[in-house]
Design a protein around this ligand. Structure first.
Ligand code: NAG
Ligand code: NAG
Ligand code: NAG
Ligand code: NAG
Ligand code: NAG
Ligand code: NAG
Ligand code: NAG
Length: 448
């Protein structure tokens, strides 16, 4: 029945295509730049590779199957044998920066110094705070210029390196210390490792139980940094004016930044029900993770984001986020919330998001071992690259290399197999990896 219907639909479409222009022509479909379906269909037909020899007639049955693969060839950039990575930022000279959420790890921000090793960056000193635990304030961490837990590292359009520190190191397994002001920070370095600025946040912008997760920069005008707060206790966005250092929040508690409490993801085909292990202040339950991935449109006008525990995808015009709420702007919070646009479902939850110069918004798709991309010109998610080796695409970074070519790099870290999500058992296997794949466009520099 279904196939007859689709045959009829195809005939109708063919008839329309031959007629003169009408409102039913949809001349824009498929939209320009849409990938050839053959390049992205992840299926094929072939005989079963086993168990068919007993009946020769069946061995000739070519059976449709999922190849698990589409898009450009992925390239293995790095194998991590030491620590568990999240962030990646790639400079135009090919230097790759990466970050490690820190428990007892000796460094949290690093640079690749070979394809299988990492070195602390800019040096060990920056990665060595005087302490993790606050001796006078049990359960809290400390204020320090040094790194506590760098969740994300981003290279901006001027090739500067930014470390986003949650200020909440993990101790004793999954126990996240709470932050004190001066712990959470955004630290800017030149590519040569010279620190040129450090921003900290008031206690009512980044709260003790906040978790600033990822950051994107708009270097137009005074310059802004946009951050997600992925804490289940504080779903929201943090905006920082790079010129004045002032920061404020937006979208607090809005559904677009909040987890979908009925979310059941599927990883490697297996429905995933999290065993809820929670300790005070611990953010170890991504059934509850809020706004996580973040990307700025190439022209700076929209901020795209997605809660980790949701398949829903959202954006908000940055013009509303740039307004600092206050006594003279009493409606700013409400107006930003009213301006949020639902982009519908994206087909997977997404951990990392990233932009390229042509306007695509790349989205890690852990449920499909894939990276997909949103085309703002059509409002559709398109397939980009898929492979069974993409085991939890975490964070993405687009770069235009001086040596030629545009690439998207991403970390794969098997997140859902970690002990915090598997009732204490670690099912991950080393090495964790970083891949890259070529893209048609390049980095969106977000400059004037
Ligand atoms: C796509 O694949 C089909 C089936 O193999 C083939 O008939 C068709 O010519 C292909 N189209 C393109 C544009 O390669
Ligand atoms: C760090 O913690 C992990 C997990 O608890 C443990 O396996 C490892 O031995 C610890 N490393 C050090 C240097 O203490
Ligand atoms: C990379 O850095 C680590 C840590 O500093 C160091 O132990 C290692 O020798 C370095 N490896 C290379 C190849 O430079
Ligand atoms: C410990 O916490 C207290 C209370 O929040 C704070 O005033 C103090 O600066 C913290 N200690 C350090 C070393 O940061
Ligand atoms: C971590 O464990 C050590 C040793 O058991 C203990 O002294 C310390 O208080 C614990 N820290 C926290 C924050 O629970
Ligand atoms: C590092 O780079 C910055 C910006 O290019 C420059 O101003 C500074 O002098 C450099 N520092 C060193 C030690 O090379
Ligand atoms: C989780 O681990 C604890 C401690 O080992 C065990 O008692 C409990 O039964 C486990 N729960 C599940 C759902 O496996």
């Amino acid at each position: 029945m279904l196939s007859q219907l689709s045959t009829i639909a195809l005939c109708a479409a063919a008839a329309l295509a031959q007629s003169t222009s009408s409102v039913f022509d949809f001349p824009e479909y498929p939209p320009a730049g849409t990938p050839d379906p053959n390049s992205t269909l992840a299926n094929a037909a072939g005989p079963l590779p086993f168990g068919i020899a007993s009946d020769p007639k069946l061995s000739e049955a070519y059976i449709h199957y999922d190849t698990g693969t589409y898009g450009p060839q992925i390239e293995l950039v790095h194998a991590y044998y030491t620590y568990w990575p999240t962030g990646v930022g790639v400079a135009s000279d090919g230097t790759v920066f990466t970050s490690f959420p820190r428990g007892n790890e000796t460094f949290t921000l690093a640079v690749f110094n070979s394809s299988v090793t990492e070195a602390p960056w800019p040096d060990q000193e920056w990665n060595t705070p005087p302490a993790f635990e606050n001796t006078t304030n049990p359960g809290y961490s400390i204020a320090t210029e040094k790194f506590l837990l760098v969740q994300s590292v981003v290279v901006d359009g001027l090739d500067r390196v930014w470390a986003l520190d949650t200020g909440r190191p993990e101790v004793n397994g999954s126990y996240l210390l709470a932050a004190v002001p001066g712990g959470p920070k955004l630290v800017g370095f030149y590519l040569n490792g010279t620190n040129f600025v450090t921003y900290t946040f008031p206690a009512n912008v980044v709260y003790a139980d906040s978790s600033i997760n990822d950051v994107r920069f708009d270097l137009r005008g005074p310059g802004y940094a946009y951050m997600t707060d992925s804490s289940p206790n504080r779903p929201g966005l943090v905006v920082l004016n790079l010129e004045t250092g002032a920061s404020w929040r937006h979208l607090d508690g809005h559904p677009s930044v909040s987890p979908d409490t009925s979310f059941v993801p599927v990883y490697d085909g297996v429905p995933f029900y999290l065993y809820p292990v929670t300790t005070p202040y611990a953010i170890n339950n991504f059934g509850l993770y809020a706004a996580d991935g973040i990307a700025l449109s190439a022209d700076g006008s929209y901020l795209y984001y997605a809660p980790l525990a949701s398949r829903h995808f959202w954006r908000v015009p940055t013009s509303y986020l740039k307004v600092e709420p206050g006594p003279l702007k009493p409606y700013a919070y409400l107006q930003a919330k009213q301006a949020v646009e639902s982009l519908g479902e994206s087909g997977s939850n997404a951990d990392g998001l990233e932009t390229d110069s042509s306007g695509y918004i790349y989205a890690g798709a852990p449920e499909h071992n894939a990276v997909t991309r949103y085309n703002p010109a059509t409002g559709l998610m398109e397939p980009f690259v898929r492979s069974p080796y993409i085991q939890w695409p975490d964070t993405l970074s687009v770069v235009t290399l001086q040596s030629g070519g545009g690439y998207v790099y991403w970390t794969c870290n098997q997140l859902w197999l970690g002990p915090n999500y598997q009732n204490g058992t670690d099912f991950r296997t080393k090495p964790y990896v970083m891949f890259r794949a070529p893209i048609e466009a390049g980095k969106a520099t977000q400059l004037d």
